[in-house]
Design a binder for this molecule. Structure first.
Ligand SMILES: NC(=O)c1ccc[n+]([C@@H]2O[C@H](COP(=O)([O-])OP(=O)(O)OC[C@H]3O[C@@H](n4cnc5c(N)ncnc54)[C@H](OP(=O)(O)O)[C@@H]3O)[C@@H](O)[C@H]2O)c1
Length: 276
C-alpha cells in the first residue's frame, strides 16, 4: 500500500477541474488523480499536463454510475488506505437557449449535480483520512436561487437540523413538481441549475455537521464554494475569469493547513465565507 497522500478531482478532463488538477500538481505533495467519465478524454488531459512536466495520474469516474464510483472507492482503499483531498467538481448545465423541456432539464441537471455528487460523497467520505479536505463546487447561483424560493423552502434550506434524507426528498420533489408543471406554484425558482446547486450547498452544510458529530477530532474540513464566472465550455467565452483563476478558491480550500478549524460547512466565494 502506498503511504503517499492522495487527491481526487471529479470531472477534471477540462475546464475548472482540469485547472484544479494542474494547480494541485504544482503544490500537493502526493498523488493527484485527474478523473473523467470518458477514459480517452481523461488520458488526453493527463498527457497535456505531463507535457507541462506535471505527473497527474488517471482514474475513470462517471459520477452518474454507482459502479464507477465504487470501483474508484475500492481502488483508493486498496492502494492508499483512504483519501486526503476530494474535490467534487463534475457538473453540467443546459445552455440558456436550450429548448429541452424544463422538466427534463430539472431531472437531468439534478441527477448529475446533486444526486450523483451526493453518491460520490456517500462512497468516498468514509475514506477520508485525518486532516482531509473536501471541496464541493457549488455556485453563487445557489445563493440567488435560494432567495427565489418560498419562505417555507428558504427556512428548510437554511435549517441547522435538516437531514440528508430530508434534503433528498426536497430535491426529488422539485423534479416531480417540474414534471407536473407546478414547481413555481410550489415555491421553487425557475432554475434547475440553481436548485441543483442549492442542493450541493445544503448537502455540504449537512455533511460538515455530520463530520463534527462523528469525527470532530480528525480535523476534516468540508466546504462548498463558487469558482466565480469562468471561461469554460459551460459558461462560454464571455466569462471574465480564466480556469486557473476559477481554480483559486477550490485550491485554497483544499490546502487549508492541518490544524485549521475553519472554514467548515460554509459557502465560500473569492476565498471568503458568504452568509447562507
Ligand atoms: N464556469 C463557471 O462559470 C462556473 C460557475 C460556477 C460554478 N461552476 C461549476 O464548476 C464546475 C466545473 O464547471 P466548468 O465550468 O469547468 O464546466 P465544464 O468545462 O463543462 O466541465 C465540466 C466537467 O464535468 C464533467 N462531467 C460532467 N458530467 C460528469 C459525470 N457524470 N461524471 C464525471 N464527470 C462529469 C465533464 O466531463 P465531459 O468532458 O465528459 O463532459 C467536464 O470534465 C461545475 O460543477 C460547475 O457547475 C462553474
Amino acid at each position: 500500500m502506498s503511504c503517499s497522500p492522495v487527491a481526487v478531482v471529479t470531472g477534471s478532463n477540462k475546464g475548472i477541474g482540469f485547472a484544479i488538477v494542474r494547480a494541485l500538481g504544482k503544490q500537493f505533495s502526493g498523488d493527484v488523480y485527474l478523473t473523467a467519465r470518458d477514459a480517452d478524454r481523461g488520458r488526453a488531459a493527463v498527457a497535456e499536463l505531463q507535457a507541462e512536466g506535471l505527473k497527474p495520474l488517471f482514474h475513470q469516474l462517471d459520477i452518474n454510475d454507482l459502479q464507477s464510483i465504487r470501483a474508484l472507492r475500492d481502488f483508493l482503499k486498496e492502494k492508499y488506505g483512504g483519501l486526503n483531498v476530494l474535490i467534487n467538481n463534475a457538473g453540467i448545465a443546459f445552455k440558456v437557449a436550450d429548448t429541452t423541456p424544463f422538466a427534463t432539464q430539472a431531472e437531468v441537471t439534478l441527477r448529475t449535480n446533486f444526486f450523483a455528487t451526493r453518491n460520490v460523497c456517500t462512497e468516498l467520505l468514509p475514506l477520508l483520512k485525518p486532516n482531509g479536505r473536501v471541496v464541493n463546487i457549488s455556485s453563487i447561483v445557489s445563493v440567488r436561487a435560494l432567495a427565489g424560493c418560498s419562505q417555507d423552502l428558504q427556512q428548510k434550506f437554511r435549517s441547522d437540523t435538516i437531514t440528508e434524507e430530508e434534503l433528498m426528498k426536497l430535491m426529488e420533489k422539485f423534479v416531480e413538481d417540474a414534471k407536473k408543471g407546478v414547481h413555481e406554484r410550489e415555491g421553487w425558482p425557475n432554475t434547475a441549475y440553481g436548485v441543483s446547486k442549492i442542493g450541493v450547498t445544503v448537502l455540504s452544510r449537512i455533511q460538515a455537521r455530520l463530520l463534527n458529530e462523528t469525527r470532530k477530532a480528525d480535523g476534516i474540513l468540508l466546504n462548498a464554494c463558487c469558482p466565480g464566472w469562468v471561461r469554460t465550455d459551460m459558461a462560454g467565452p464571455k466569462a471574465p475569469k480564466t480556469p486557473e483563476e476559477g481554480a483559486e478558491t477550490p485550491v485554497y480550500l483544499a490546502f487549508l493547513p492541518p490544524g485549521a478549524d475553519r472554514p467548515h460547512g460554509q459557502f465560500v466565494s473569492e476565498k471568503k465565507v458568504l452568509p447562507w
